[in-house]
Design a protein around this ligand. Sequence first.
Ligand SMILES: Nc1nc2c(ncn2[C@@H]2O[C@H](COP(=O)(O)OP(=O)(O)OP(=O)(O)O)[C@@H](O)[C@H]2O)c(=O)[nH]1
Length: 350
Amino acid sequence: MAEAGPITLDIVTGFLGAGKTTLINRLLADPALADTAVIVNEFGEISIDHLLIETGGEEGIVELGDGCLCCTVRGALVDTLAELAARRPALRRVVVETTGLADPAPVLRAVMAHPGLSRLYRLGNVVTVVDAVNGMATLDAHEEARSQVALADRLVLSKGALAQEQERQALARRLARLNPQAGLFDADALEAAARLLEPGIAPRRVPPAGHHHAHHHDDHDHAHGPDAFRSVSLTHDRPLARTVVENFLDLLATQQGEHILRIKGLVETVEAPERPLLVQGAQRLLHTPQHLPRWPESGRGTRIVVIGDGALDTGYIGRIFAAFAGEAQVDTPDRAALQDNPLAIPGFRR
Ligand SMILES: Nc1nc2c(ncn2[C@@H]2O[C@H](COP(=O)(O)OP(=O)(O)OP(=O)(O)O)[C@@H](O)[C@H]2O)c(=O)[nH]1
C-alpha cells in the first residue's frame, strides 16, 4: 500500500476579534476543503469558538484547553497533531486557529522542529486576518499583531464595509509595507475562500528562535513583551432580559471601552431562552447580537468573556455584571433605579 502523503497544516491567525472564526467557516464551506480538521485555541476560560465553527458535527474540531498556543498549550498542540495524523489518508488538511494573542512564530517552530511531526505534516499557509476598523490601532499597540502580519503568507482584510474607504486604503498600504511578499485579499470580495490556502510561490522561512518573547502567566493575566492582557469570565444560570444585557454592554463600553480588546459570549435571554444570543465585540466595535439556532451540548446559561489590556478593571466588570444579573430577578420598581445605578444593592432604595 502506498504511504499516505503528509497532511497540510495551515494557520489562521489575527488579533482578537479580527474575524478568524468567520474566515474558517468560509473555508470549511468550500467543497475543495473537505477532509479538513480544525484545532481551536482560545484565550479566556470560557471557550465558545468551537461552537461557532460549522462543520456539521463536532468531530472535526479539536479544542485546546485555555492557554496560549505559543506557550502553555504548545505541548497539547503537538499531541493533538500526532493523534490527528492517525486519520491519514482520510484527513488531508489541518487548520489551526490561534488565539488572537498568539505569536505564530513559536507555533510554526514547534511543529517544524519536531522530528515526528515534520515528517507527517507539510506547512501550508499562514493566513492573517486584519480587521479594517481596528487594524491600524491594533498594529500601533500590539507587537503580537505586527508579528502576525509579518509572518503571513496571505493577509485578509475583514470588515471592510464597516470602515471608511480612506482608512481601509491606509491600512492596506501599511500591511504592504510590513509584509510586501504576502498576498492581500479583501474578505468581502473573496469568492473562493480555498484559494487562500493554495500553495504560495515564496519558500517559507520559519523565524529563528530567540526573538523577544517574554511571558508571565498569573491567573488569566498574560504578558507578551511589553503588552499585558487581562480577562474576566462572567456566568449566570438564569435567563436575562435582553435589555439588561444591552444596558450592561453599554455601561461596560462607557466605563471600560478604552481597555477592552474583545467581548464574546452566549446569553440565555428571557425572550428566547431556546436559542443562545451570541454577543460579539472587538475593541470599540460592538457587533449586532445574533441568535444561534440551538444551545451546545454543554448546556444553557450565560457565559461572557471580556479580554482587555493590563488596565482592564476585571473586579469592576464582575461587580456590574452581578448587579445587572441580580437585577433581572428582581422584577420590581427598583429595576429602573438599579439600571441607573448598577452598583446599588438590589432592593435597596436611595
Ligand atoms: N461586517 C463584518 N463582520 C465581520 C467580518 N468578519 C468578522 N466579523 C464579525 O466580527 C466578530 C468577530 O468575528 P470572529 O470571526 O469571531 O473573530 P475571531 O478573530 O475568531 O475572534 P477571537 O477568536 O475571539 O479572537 C463577529 O461578530 C463576526 O460576525 C467581516 O468581514 N465583516
